[in-house]
Design a protein around this ligand. Structure first.
Ligand code: GLN
Length: 286
């Protein structure tokens, strides 16, 4: 039996009420109709008497079941938006977060010179940082690493789909030595930073569906990735090169110390829109 759009909105509100509020439920219905037909939110409200076609009905019912299972809507639709660009996502990459858009914004705002910049993104995942920078910094030479070949497939698709030129390399930062490094003007990374002790605070949509490889670090060594990246960046950043990190909001002080110990200058923490110290910028060693 086919429902009207109005009935679907009601059904989503009711059946998702144990885990999502009414605004979230409406947002899901809208994202689905945007995905299927390019509808705006206004379209959804103006056309709420429309009856669904058979194939839409099937799609919507399947999506509802998956949402009830806490699956992120971005995986269900296979796509999301980051910095105004479309990105394909699947469970081998994290769903790009708004905080990471703020990091990209900070990088763009920090770049003053017109010279073509050499940029490295470590742990690129969906490629959201690398692709956005390549699109917004004409002439930039962007390289992006990830340890996961599945993630790199997604990132490569996203670069092609957004007509961004990025060189992707399968590389494990934990086993890369300073001798292997080329020179860069900007190094950026959003590495795994959630401590295992923080697992119990996490929502099921993240914990049960997103790649743990991209999220978690051991409690006893929360800065593992930051240490390795800092060591590599110290030998490869140009004279006035910049290092940017997304960080665990509780590890700001420790990460600043790590950078200072390694000769990085003027470390600066920045809060995200939720008010958490979520990013760090520093000038490379003199
Ligand atoms: N901000 C992400 C989260 O809270 C974690 C991202 C990361 O570990 N790099 O789920």
């Amino acid at each position: 039996m086919q429902s009207t759009v109005k009935e679907i909105i009601r059904q989503f509100r009711e059946e998702l009420s144990p885990i999502y509020n009414v605004h979230e439920a409406f947002q899901f219905v809208w994202l689905i109709f945007d995905h299927l037909h390019g509808w705006t939110k206004t379209d959804l409200l103006l056309r709420d008497d429309t009856k669904l076609t058979d194939s839409d009905q099937l799609f919507v019912e399947n999506a509802l079941e998956r949402l009830k299972n806490h699956e992120p809507v971005q995986y269900i639709l296979g796509e999301t938006e980051f910095f105004g660009l479309p990105f394909e996502v699947n469970p081998s990459v994290l769903v790009p977060r708004p905080e990471t858009e703020e990091l990209v914004e900070w990088i763009l705002e920090s770049v003053k010179s017109d010279k073509p910049l050499r940029i490295l993104d470590i742990g690129t995942g969906s490629g959201c940082i690398a692709v956005s920078l390549a699109r917004h910094l004409p002439g930039a030479i962007v390289t992006a690493w990830d340890v996961s070949s599945e993630a790199l497939k997604v990132a490569e698709f996203n670069a092609r789909n957004n007509e961004a030129v990025v060189s992707f390399v399968q590389k494990d930062v934990l086993t890369t030595t300073p001798e292997e490094m080329e020179g860069y003007d900007i190094i950026v990374s959003n590495p795994p930073y959630v401590r295992e002790q923080e697992m119990e605070l996490m929502k099921e949509n993240v914990l049960n569906h997103e790649p743990h490889l991209a999220l978690f670090v051991k409690d006893h060594d929360p800065l593992l990735f930051y240490r390795h990246i800092t060591r590599l960046a110290a030998v490869s950043l140009s004279a006035d090169g910049l290092l940017f990190f997304e960080i665990n909001r509780d590890m700001g002080r420790e990460t600043v110390e790590l950078l200072s110990e390694n000769g990085f200058r003027e470390p600066e923490l920045r809060k995200d829109l939720s008010g958490n110290f979520r990013m760090l910028k520093a000038l490379g060693p003199a």
